[in-house]
Write a protein that binds this ligand. Structure first.
Ligand code: GLN
Length: 484
């Protein structure tokens, strides 16, 4: 049963080939048996899952159940879930029980999905390797000595090890697409504002966006239908109808104009990764797309601009963790200052502290103009690059990450090497555009991701391009060795 895609589960549940309770129990058994190897879940919500499955079975029996009714999924532990620990993989929130559901969790609850549990991640979504989690690193099912990517590494490993058919995730600078690439999955980050951020613990609010990790583009389309909604509780959520993202999956790609940015094929890109991306371009040509060279001249400024803007926003967002209202509180504080200092020193890990320090520095009176304000101007230039490119192409194609999964510890001592993992993904967040990653082959038996970037709100077109690629290739059907 764990080999079924979301689309197959939807059909099987409707045809009564199996019940939601059976599928859910099957996944819970697999998690209990296998997840001590991967550490992909922080919390498994077995009781809730079985209750939700029983309720879904009743709805299915009564008829008129929504499409996803009875389908089990996992939620990244960045999304608030009523009555369930929502830790953001931080000691700071280890004992935090959310009093409400994130809007996307609520949306999935309304459509009858079953929550298997909360997945592991980098602490407060800061990282590219899942090594900063308070609950320990997540292992990549393709290579147990390698990272699954981050920050949504738990969601990715859970789906790749078939411990969930799909999972929610979030992407501030690449945290859905890079783990999708490193774990051989499909991962989509929608346009900024397409999906509500309400109840998603904030890292960098102008960049954060929820999305999906799944096995296929078709599954991502089915899931996005229910994840996307207008939400008055998130003032950056765009009031715009949600189309049926499955409607255009089968459209021909004849005449689709694909732009290939020359800046995405320079120094730092693994040559074998580059070769697989070039092979993918040929597949698109054979599907009728036309290929055009484009330029995104400010690409080299994306990582530096991001590492001013994201820490600045994180230093402001994380100021709420003061040991007073919620989160970790130190023992026996001497006075208020001691309470703040020790609660935060004890509650946050090293990478989170580094970001808060960098951010507070960039926002301080003497440096605001030199760093923060400058980075915002660079951000505008990066966005303009994309606007100019989309004047002549429909989709932009390139690698998702510079190389396949790397070994644990190999980049932890050099933050800049780690930050460069997101060199191809970060600009998309700075511009607010949608992007996805799909598998396009293996290098050294490890998956490689192909990135497709779309114009604002062109998720349907992106998913169509990804689905057509998956109809023509088999890369997305490959499972990690030993995962049957
Ligand atoms: N790896 C990037 C960072 O560390 C992006 C993280 C994310 O998208 N949440 O900030």
């Amino acid at each position: 049963m764990h080999q079924f895609t979301i689309a197959e589960l939807v059909t099987g549940l409707r045809n009564k080939d199996f019940s939601s309770t059976e599928v859910t129990q099957h996944y819970l058994d697999r998690i209990a048996r296998l997840d001590n190897t991967y550490n992909s879940y922080i919390t498994v919500t077995a009781d809730i899952a079985l209750q939700q499955a029983a309720a879904a079975d009743k709805r299915l029996a009564a008829g008129n159940a929504p499409a996803l009714c009875g389908v089990p999924i996992a939620h990244k532990d960045i999304f608030c879930t009523t009555g369930v620990r929502t830790s953001c993989a931080s000691k700071m929130l280890d004992k935090f029980i959310a009093p409400y559901n994130a809007t996307i969790v609520e949306n999935y609850l309304n459509s009858g999905t079953v929550m298997l549990g909360k997945t592991n991640m980098d602490e407060f979504a800061m990282g590219s390797s899942n090594e900063t989690s308070w609950y320990g690193p997540v292992k990549n099912p393709w290579a147990i000595d390698c990272v699954p990517g981050g920050s949504s590494g738990g969601s990715a490993a859970a789906v790749a090890a078939h411990l969930a058919p799909a999972a929610t995730a979030s992407d501030t600078g690449g945290s859905i697409r890079q783990p999708a690439a490193l774990c051989g999955l499909t991962g989509i980050k929608p346009t900024y504002g397409r999906v509500s951020r309400w109840g998603m613990i904030a890292f960098a609010s102008s960049l954060d966006q929820a999305g999906i990790l799944s096995r296929t583009a078709e599954d991502a389309a089915i899931l996005l239908n229910d994840m996307a909604s207008y939400d008055a509780k998130d003032s950056t959520c765009v009031e715009r109808d949600v189309p049926d993202y499955t409607a255009d999956l089968h459209k021909s790609l004849k005449g689709l104009r694909i732009g290939v940015p020359k800046e995405y094929f320079g120094e730092g890109l693994n040559p074998q990764t580059a070769k697989l991306v070039e092979d993918a371009i040929k597949v698109y040509e054979s599907l009728g797309a036309t290929i055009h060279s484009v330029s995104l001249p400010h690409t080299h400024l994306a990582v530096p601009a991001y590492y001013v803007i994201a820490p600045a926003e994180c230093s402001a967002n994380l100021s709420r963790f003061d040991g007073v209202r919620y989160g970790h509180r130190c023992e026996n504080p001497k006075d208020l200052n001691d309470l703040y200092m020790r609660s935060r020193s004890e509650g946050f890990g090293a990478e989170v502290k580094r970001r808060i320090l960098v951010g507070a520095y960039a926002l301080s009176a003497g440096y605001y103009d030199a760093y923060y304000s400058k980075a915002q101007k660079v951000r505008r230039l990066i966005k303009q690059d994309f606007i100019d490119a989309f004047a002549s192409v429909d989709v932009i194609l390139g690698p998702t990450s510079p190389s396949p999964a790397f070994q644990f510890g190999s980049k932890t001592k050099d933050p800049v090497a780690m930050y460069l993992e997101d060199i191809y993904t970060i600009a998309t967040n700075l511009a607010g555009l949608p992007g996805l990653s799909i598998p396009c082959g293996l290098v050294d038996s490890k998956p490689v991701g192909l990135q497709l970037i779309g114009n604002f709100f062109a998720e349907g077109q992106l998913l169509n391009a990804a689905h057509q690629f998956q109809q023509a290739t088999h890369f997305h059907q490959q499972s990690a060795p030993g995962i049957e």
